[in-house]
Design a protein around this ligand. Structure first.
Ligand code: NDP
Ligand SMILES: O=C(O)C1=N[C@H](C(=O)O)C[C@H](O)C1
Length: 270
């Protein structure tokens, strides 16, 4: 399966190029960056610290999408909306890992998903998607009791969105377990005289610094006891491998908006 990596010079782009070279059943069909990028014309293999692969980084999206069966996209929200439209036009699988996409992105993504298979997730790793199942189960089991739910995350200093896509995914899982809507109960920041914690709140705390790949913790805080469910990403290849697995899974699938839970055969998406 030929894959286009968009955002090829980014942290995830380079990890994807390396992962695609190491995995069976896929090859790098094209590597894309935006106009003006210093990476244009560079050899994609060398960009990822590998031997030359003779795939030169381009900004010609239409040609790149025309010669692939899938696009793997970890870029930025507006760029990802454009790539969703292009992938739909080309009829290829779009694996969408970009986070920080607000509710305004829902309608254009659904429209693209009417024409092509999109697999979208705030975290493509097996571990986090399994964790989201555990969080949902715990929240369901503790729904009737007096347990407060808080989601903590830490990432590297370069991250531009907060809370992380993963934190929101875990918050959604907790809300689903509780049978409530996250949008009605999320507390995304606290400062000053906040008042006491509202019943049913799902709180988020964001830390940024250094080179942390990604750490997430869901706390269930009860009277006199606490449950802590944690995931630590040690290497970006966990996201890249999940993304490639999603592309292979999506080949030949009917158009639609799918999640990593679908890919991994975990319970049905919310
Ligand atoms: N779902 C998941 O499992 C994961 C999601 N992510 C998410 O992926 C995204 C990227 O993360 P990361 O790799 O760390 O970020 P980087 O900033 O390192 O990489 C993003 C790359 O995309 C490029 N880009 C931006 N716009 C375009 C465009 N229009 N066309 C082509 N390339 C473009 C950027 O170029 P330039 O520098 O010139 O702007 C940059 O090279 C974030 O939203 C992050 O949260 C990250 C890891 C895992
Ligand atoms: O920006 C990152 O680096 C990451 N982003 C994703 C998120 O927002 O949750 C996934 C992972 O934690 C790394």
């Amino acid at each position: 399966m030929g894959l286009v990596v968009v955002g090829a010079a980014g942290r995830m782009g380079r990890s994807l190029i390396e992962t695609i070279a190491a995995m069976d059943g896929v090859y790098l069909a094209a590597a894309l960056e935006q106009p003006g990028s210093a990476a244009l014309g560079c050899d994609a293999g060398e960009l990822a610290g590998l031997p030359r692969n003779e795939v030169l980084v381009t900004d010609d999206a239409a040609t790149a999408f025309g010669k692939a069966e899938g696009v793997v996209d970890f870029t930025a929200p507006q760029a990802s909306l454009n790539f969703a439209a292009l992938a739909a036009e080309a009829g290829i699988v779009h694996v969408l890992g970009t986070t920080g996409m607000g509710p305004d992105c829902d309608a254009p993504l659904r429209s693209a998903a009417d024409r092509a298979c999109i697999v979208k997730s705030g975290n493509m790793s097996l571990g986090v998607n399994l964790l989201s199942e555990l969080v949902e189960q715990a929240a369901r089991a503790l729904a009737a009791a007096d347990w407060d739910i808080e989601v903590l995350e830490m990432h590297h200093r370069h991250k531009v969105d907060a809370p992380s896509g993963t934190a929101l995914l875990l918050g959604e899982a907790a809300a689903a377990g509780r049978g409530i809507a996250l949008a009605d109960h999320a507390v995304r920041s606290r400062d000053g005289q906040t008042g006491a914690r509202p019943d049913q709140a799902i709180g988020f705390a964001t830390l940024r610094g250094g080179s942390v790949v990604g750490e997430h913790e869901v706390l269930f805080a009860g009277e006199g006891e606490m449950i802590e469910l944690t995931h630590r990403a040690l290497d970006r290849s966990i996201f890249a491998r999940g993304a490639v697995k999603a592309a292979l899974w999506g080949r030949g699938k009917s158009p639609g908006l799918y999640s990593m839970r679908d890919v991994l055969g975990l319970s049905s998406p919310r």
